[in-house]
Design a protein around this ligand. Structure first.
Ligand SMILES: Nc1nc2c(ncn2[C@@H]2O[C@H](COP(=O)(O)OP(=O)(O)OP(=O)(O)O)[C@@H](O)[C@H]2O)c(=O)[nH]1
Ligand SMILES: [Mg+2]
Length: 437
């Protein structure tokens, strides 16, 4: 599946694959190291360890050949885009990633997945680069994976079937695109625009895909449980998850309240354990209509809803920032689709960013909410975490108010924090560590 983004010789990746399959861990690491200088297997996989761990799984799904130019930071938010055919997934993908993959007025225009890495908009970075005179800016990134449309009966082989769902198995969140726009010229696979019905169809197919996974997983867990009593809880957890899926519910919606160990369920590669973000593709009139937005939001609550017009988003990419903002405002919207998706994605997944800056670069790093300073340092380099000493921290707002690091220090706003420090969004940090000494 080497697509338009494939920038590297896939034979290398196949070599890693072969080595990994032969359990020659060291050989695989060597080959991976060789190729990692210039490329990555997937944007979500930042380290050699991850690459190696995921190779057997990726190989099993035939995903091994998708190579992207190396660039992303170690932790990037990856969002998989799903929905019925012809609802605007690829149009949205193109708008988000400023790409030009086929978006066409017929079902199943997309067959192979498209992967795009997008810098996360963060106006703080420009200001930070100004303060430090940084040569370049490195924003955090969000990756989007655009896949083929799913139809009712996909689990039974209808349309393109559901095998391609494996392409979003690595995604952190699932973004479901739902058509609400009316346009007689754009075919709807079920003959009518019906947001609630479409969501039901997609949710059902995702649940059925998980039930198929369970058919493979449960017998294995049963065998494990017979071998050792210690494995019994894992089997029971899977059975409880199976009961939820069997009732037609997603694990994201019902798992936690039913006492499911979601970490364990996630490890079983069940798609519906992932957080869902719902994107309604509205026309311009609907977009400005609060009543329409509210009625759609109630369909998905408590999950978050994003409202946008995919075609308009596409037009926005061709405009200067000020003109784009003006056009959005003219239809009653204050935030672009990318801004909304990134914000909701970060919220849903409990992510935040912290900042580093110097003369070379001003950079944003993605971490979880509640992470400590050493954990945050580990995102830059695992050695920084292992040999963490202290973190010099100032909030972005205070640094901006002071105007320089020296002025912020003079005001006593720059703090020396230790191992227990819990990071805040927008902390500007310099880590002291013993690595490389
Ligand atoms: N009127 C209108 N048409 C749209 C909008 N978004 C997408 N379309 C049109 O809908 C058709 C399908 O768009 P795609 O982006 O290819 O849809 P998709 O969901 O990727 O479809 P598959 O790849 O077939 O699953 C194209 O002709 C688009 O121009 C929208 O917001 N309004
Ligand atoms: Mg498409």
């Amino acid at each position: 599946m080497a697509g338009a983004t494939c920038a590297h010789d896939c034979a290398h990746v196949a070599a890693v694959n072969v080595a990994a399959c032969a359990h020659e861990h060291e050989a695989a690491v060597n080959v991976a190291n060789e190729i990692l200088g210039t490329c990555l297997l997937r944007p979500a996989l930042g380290t050699v360890e991850n690459l190696i761990c995921d190779i057997p799984a990726l190989a099993a799904d035939g995903q091994i050949c998708c190579v992207l130019p190396y660039a992303p930071p170690p932790m990037a938010l990856t969002i998989g885009i799903v929905g019925l055919p012809n609802v605007g997934k690829s149009t949205l993908f193109n708008a988000l990633t400023r790409n030009n993959v086929l978006a066409a007025n017929y079902p199943f225009a997309t067959i192979e997945p498209n992967i795009g890495v997008v810098p996360l908009p963060d106006p703080r970075l420009d200001q930070l680069a100004g303060i430090f005179g940084s040569e370049r800016i490195l924003p955090a990134t969000v990756s989007f994976v655009d896949i083929a449309g799913i139809v009712r009966g996909a689990s039974e082989g209808e349309g393109l079937g559901n095998k391609f769902l494996a392409n979003i198995r690595e995604a952190d969140a699932i973004c479901q695109v739902i058509r609400a726009f009316d346009d007689d010229n754009v075919v709807h696979v079920d003959g009518k625009v019906d947001p609630a019905g479409d969501m039901e169809t997609i949710n059902t197919e995702l649940v059925l895909a998980d039930l198929q996974t369970m058919e493979r997983v449960i017998p294995r867990l049963e065998r494990d449980a017979r071998t050792s009593k210690d494995n019994q809880p894992a089997l029971e957890n899977a059975r409880a998850a199976l009961a939820i899926l069997g009732a037609g519910d997603t694990l994201f919606a019902k798992g936690e309240s039913a006492g499911i160990d979601m970490e364990q369920a996630r490890a079983l590669q069940l798609l519906t354990t992932k957080p869902f973000i719902y994107v309604f593709n509205l026309d311009e009139v609907q977009l400005g209509d609060a009543a329409v937005r509210e009625s759609l939001a109630t369909l998905v609550a408590p999950a978050e809803a994003v409202f946008l017009n995919a075609k308009l988003e596409m037009e926005l990419t061709e405009l200067e920032a000020a003109d784009a903002a003006e056009l959005l405002e003219s239809v009653g919207v204050t935030e672009s689709g990318l801004d909304q998706l990134a914000r909701v994605g970060f919220d849903t997944l409990g992510l935040q960013t912290y900042l580093t800056a110097g003369p070379k670069e001003a950079r944003a790093w993605t971490i979880g909410k509640g992470w400590t300073a050493p954990q945050a340092a580990g995102v830059i380099h695992t050695d920084f975490q292992k040999q963490f000493i202290k973190a010099e921290v100032v909030s972005f707002a205070q640094l901006l108010e002071a105007g320089s690091m020296a002025a912020a220090k003079a005001k006593g706003w720059v703090r020396m924090e230790g191992k227990e420090y819990v990071m805040n969004d927008g902390d500007v940090v310099e880590f002291r560590h013993g690595a490389g000494r």
